[in-house]
Design a protein. Structure first.
Lengths: 158, 749
């Protein structure tokens, strides 16, 4: 038992990066977009892929692979974007693919294995055991907290 | 009681009262301005009428008594003295209190107005009687206003010092029972002018009240529409021969215009935030026995509604501060050899992509010794620190929390919520505040607000395959790069420079600064244009690959993740839906480490600056062109609206004269000697004089040259005068000769 009271269920959007599966609380998701043309921002942190216009609002695109220190995924054109709101601004998370929405009980959420790199503990609330794989629940607020400039240099996962 | 009617009454009344504050201050200055008196009378009268209709008896009675006395002023039975104005102010304050009470509870607050009412009754009784012998007593009811319409517009626009950028607020809806000039008025819903003259009603009709929520919703919907438009255009691009092409292009234009229009509704002139200031100054003067003249310039400077809200209170506080702490009492001023009346000047303008607001007074300035004492006393600094601090650093101490130099706490200021609050507010919206003060001479505060959300003109440039916007206000000129001859990029020890009219202009190669170019240092072949920008006191050139168009852009703030990128001041969505970054010239300088240079540059002594300015006033810039295949001729740069390169095939024939299509209109074009150019593409100089445009083909554009001196304006032919430029006698082309034969440029919708 981590958070919430017994029996509370939440819905998560599953997203895929390579072979890893992540979950984002569906209530934070505003939109799911196919590939969008981005305007790159010179001198921006690596994980910022650019900006795009979503119905008159400027959305900052985050390359989630870079942010999560996965192996570099330079061809961001094939991916999908998950638009989330953070501190009043919109961000689009570029991922490989988007899967189904799962309804999961808070009771089933488990702590991250202690052996996992500290990096994951900083941006995740916990994991769920699904058929065939383990889904890491991302804390969007912390994923989008890049600090001032470059993301912290944390040893990438082996 | 219908809540809507009350809400409407409250807004209208508040507007009316706000306008009254200014009118009364002006009335004190011009006691015999009958238009002003009538305006005040009308506002009070409508309050009275509506209050009666809505059953607010306390409000109604007060307004009634005030109207009686105002009627005396209007009918010249009583002279307006400062004492009476103060009385009216008190009265309006009471009315405001009641209105505020109604706003909160929907009921009239309890209270006793007997003192005021007795005062008013006394005045009325005394003077009305005296006046009755000369003229029929004024009917203290509604009728007179209806019969004596006054030019209200004149009253609201005449006074130069009064900011009244909003069209005169429509008077509150008239009460039903008492008069009927509004025959066509539909009940109480619409703002209907009561007894206004024709010009007044046209003012009222040209603006209307829309709730912010409606505007924001509209904005969101327009944004959705833009996206849909973009998708349609995308589909269109894939189907070249679609029947939809033309209607979609039209839709495209309309949507762009619509988007722009809706965005503009968010803008308000800064004068709106200044409207309360004259009253504040007046109150300070009365309370402290000072004489202060408030000047306001640049009220029309537009800024975003949200920004306006945030700076409104800080501005008020600062002006109050200037009046209270800054300006001395008349006796002290005379002793110091200054005019008895102090002056506070408010100024606002756009500069380098920022909105600048200056508040300056000619008061006593900041007393360094007092600041030192106070700072020690409040534990802000140690004695040791004081000894090492510069005057400038000492002055900045006033921005610390809990700092006030006023020796006595007055009701006006000095309660410790001072400049630190102002600074916090300004910085909250990304602005900056600076202060310069000379003891004994006065203080100037400069607030710099970034143009967050403000609409500005920007030049769209291309560098490294991307587009960027440079605010037009910081651009002083555009120079085309030549690989040889003039305007050639040179290097001094790896630094790029351009020799521009005898000055060395440092250059910044944009795509390299932005890390978009991997080219060798010496390869500037793609560089075609230099955008010369002016920031603070430093001129430099930004080398870009391409120059596109000017666009009106709405600046959107950068996301917090990117705030640390000083080089960008924001981003914007272009008409075609693409997001581009807005370059901040100051940020570019900082990035390349030239900041200190810029800073030291700004420490030019006032004298040097004056001298520079004098020279700049006399200097005239000429474009040197070759038009007759032989010698260079000069064209005054002021008269040129654009330089274009035109393909000869674009020249068409209209009634025997050559014309080209320009901005959707036919514009006559000329050549100097009458024969059409024989080259395929040819530079065209477009003149614009009083909106008449005409084009002149040139063989070659040579250079820009400076000339100090006056020109003859006698010439009536093609040549205006001859001057010496670069040691050669040079004919100056008379642009007016061409524009006289040109066409009137129609405003495009």
């Amino acid at each position: 038992m981590r958070n919430g009271s017994k029996g509370v269920t939440r819905q998560y959007l599953t997203i895929y990066l390579g072979k890893k599966v992540f979950g984002i609380p569906i209530l934070q998701v505003q939109d799911i977009l196919s590939f969008q043309k981005l305007t790159p921002i010179p001198l921006a942190p690596n994980s910022v892929a650019g900006v795009l216009n979503l119905r008159g609002r400027i959305v900052t695109a985050i390359n989630l692979r870079v942010r999560l220190q996965e192996e570099d995924f330079s061809d961001s054109s094939a991916g999908m974007s998950v638009v989330v709101e953070h501190e009043g601004a919109l961000f689009s998370l570029i991922v490989d693919n988007v899967g189904e929405v799962l309804t999961l009980s808070d009771d089933d959420m488990e702590d991250l294995p202690v052996t996992l790199d500290r990096f994951w503990h900083e941006i995740s609330n916990g994991v769920y055991q699904l058929d065939g794989h383990i889904m890491i629940i991302l804390d969007i607020n912390r994923v989008l907290d890049l600090g001032q400039g470059e993301p912290e240099k944390i040893a990438a996962m082996a | 009681m219908d809540d809507n009617i009350i809400a409407e009454f409250l807004t209208e009344t508040n507007d009316g009262l706000e306008a009254l504050d200014n009118s009364l201050v002006l009335l004190e200055q011009n006691p015999n301005d009958s238009a002003l008196i009538s305006k005040i009378f009308r506002v009070i009268h409508t309050i009275k009428g509506t209050a009666g209709f809505l059953g607010f008896s306390r409000l109604g009675l007060l307004a009634h008594k005030a109207e009686d006395v105002l009627g005396l002023f209007r009918d010249r039975k009583l002279d307006v003295t400062p004492e009476y104005v103060t009385l009216i102010f008190e009265l309006i304050d009471s009315i405001k209190q009641i209105i505020a009470g109604i706003d909160q509870t929907g009921q009239e607050p309890q209270g006793d107005d007997n003192l005021l009412i007795h005062l008013l009754e006394d005045i009325y009784a005394q003077h009305q009687a005296g006046g009755a012998t000369r003229a029929p007593a004024p009917v203290p009811a509604a009728a007179p206003v209806v019969e004596t319409p006054e030019p209200e517009t004149a009253a609201s626009s005449a006074p130069g010092s009064e900011p009244d950028p909003m069209p005169a607020a429509p008077p509150p809806p008239p009460a039903h029972e008492d008069h009927g000039p509004v025959a066509s008025a539909p009940a109480v819903e619409g703002p209907t002018a009561t007894a206004a003259s024709a010009s007044d009603s046209s003012m009222a009709n040209s603006s209307l009240r829309v709730s912010v929520e409606v505007l924001e919703n509209l904005m969101t919907m327009v944004s959705e529409l833009v996206l849909n438009r973009n998708q349609l255009l995308q589909i269109l691009r894939q189907n070249n021969n679609s029947d939809f092409a033309e209607p979609l292009q039209n839709l495209n234009l309309v949507v762009s215009d619509l988007q722009e229009g809706v965005m503009k509704t968010r803008m308000q002139p800064i004068g709106n935030a200044w409207s309360k200031l004259p009253r504040i100054i007046r109150d300070v003067c009365n309370e402290l026995g000072k004489k202060i003249n408030l000047e306001m310039h640049g009220q029309e400077t537009e800024l975003d509604r949200q920004v306006l809200e945030v700076i409104k209170d800080p501005l008020m506080h600062m002006v109050r501060n200037s009046a209270d702490h800054g300006i001395e009492k008349p006796a002290d001023r005379i002793a110091a050899g200054k005019p008895e009346t102090g002056t506070i000047v408010l100024n606002s303008y756009h500069q380098g992509g920022h909105i600048i607001i200056e508040i300056s007074d000619d008061g006593r300035g900041l007393a360094i010794e007092k600041i030192k004492k106070k700072a020690l006393q409040n534990g802000l600094v140690t004695e040791q620190q004081l000894t090492t601090m510069s005057v400038h650093q000492l002055q900045q101490l006033i921005f610390h929390a809990g700092f006030s130099t006023a020796e006595q706490i007055t009701s006006v200021s000095g309660r410790g919520v001072g400049m630190d609050v102002v600074r916090t507010n300004v910085e909250k919206i990304g602005g900056a505040i600076e202060m310069a003060s000379v003891e004994g001479k006065g203080t100037t505060f400069t607030i710099k607000i970034p143009l967050t959300l403000a609409i500005v003109s920007a030049l769209i440039v291309g560098a490294g395959g991307e587009r960027f916007a440079i605010p037009q206000l910081s651009i002083s000129e555009l120079v085309m790069v030549n690989s040889s001859g003039t305007n050639q990029i040179e290097t001094i020890d790896d630094a790029l420079v351009l020799r521009l009219r005898g000055n060395i202009l440092p250059l910044v190669y944009l795509s390299k600064v932005l890390g978009l170019s991997n080219k060798q240092d010496s390869d500037y072949s793609s560089a075609r244009y230099i955008v010369v920008v002016k920031v603070a006191s430093c001129d430099f050139g930004i080398v870009v690959d391409n120059v596109f168009d000017m666009e009106e852009i709405v600046v959107k703030p950068l996301t917090s993740l990117l705030k640390h990128l000083q080089i960008f001041s924001g981003n914007t969505i272009l008409g075609d839906g693409q997001v581009i970054m807005i370059l901040d010239p100051v940020g570019i300088l900082k990035l390349i480490g030239a900041n200190e240079m810029a800073d030291s540059g700004s420490r030019l002594s006032g004298h040097e600056e004056d001298h520079k300015k004098d020279l700049a006033d006399k200097e005239k810039l000429f474009l040197l062109v070759k038009v007759d295949g032989r010698t260079a001729k000069a064209v005054s740069l002021e008269r040129i609206s654009r330089l274009e390169e035109i393909s000869i095939s674009k020249i068409e024939d209209s009634n025997g004269s050559p014309v080209i299509q320009y901005n959707g209109q036919l514009m006559p074009v000329h050549t100097y000697n009458g024969a059409l150019p024989d080259k395929e593409r040819c530079p065209l100089i477009i003149f614009n004089h009083n909106n008449r445009v005409a084009g002149l083909f040139a063989d070659e554009i040579l250079d820009i040259a400076k000339y100090y001196g006056d020109l003859s304006s006698e010439g009536s032919g093609k040549i205006l005068d001859s001057i010496i430029i670069n040691d050669h006698a040079t004919d100056v082309i008379n642009s007016e000769w061409y524009t006289a034969q040109g066409v009137v440029l129609e405003e495009r919708a």
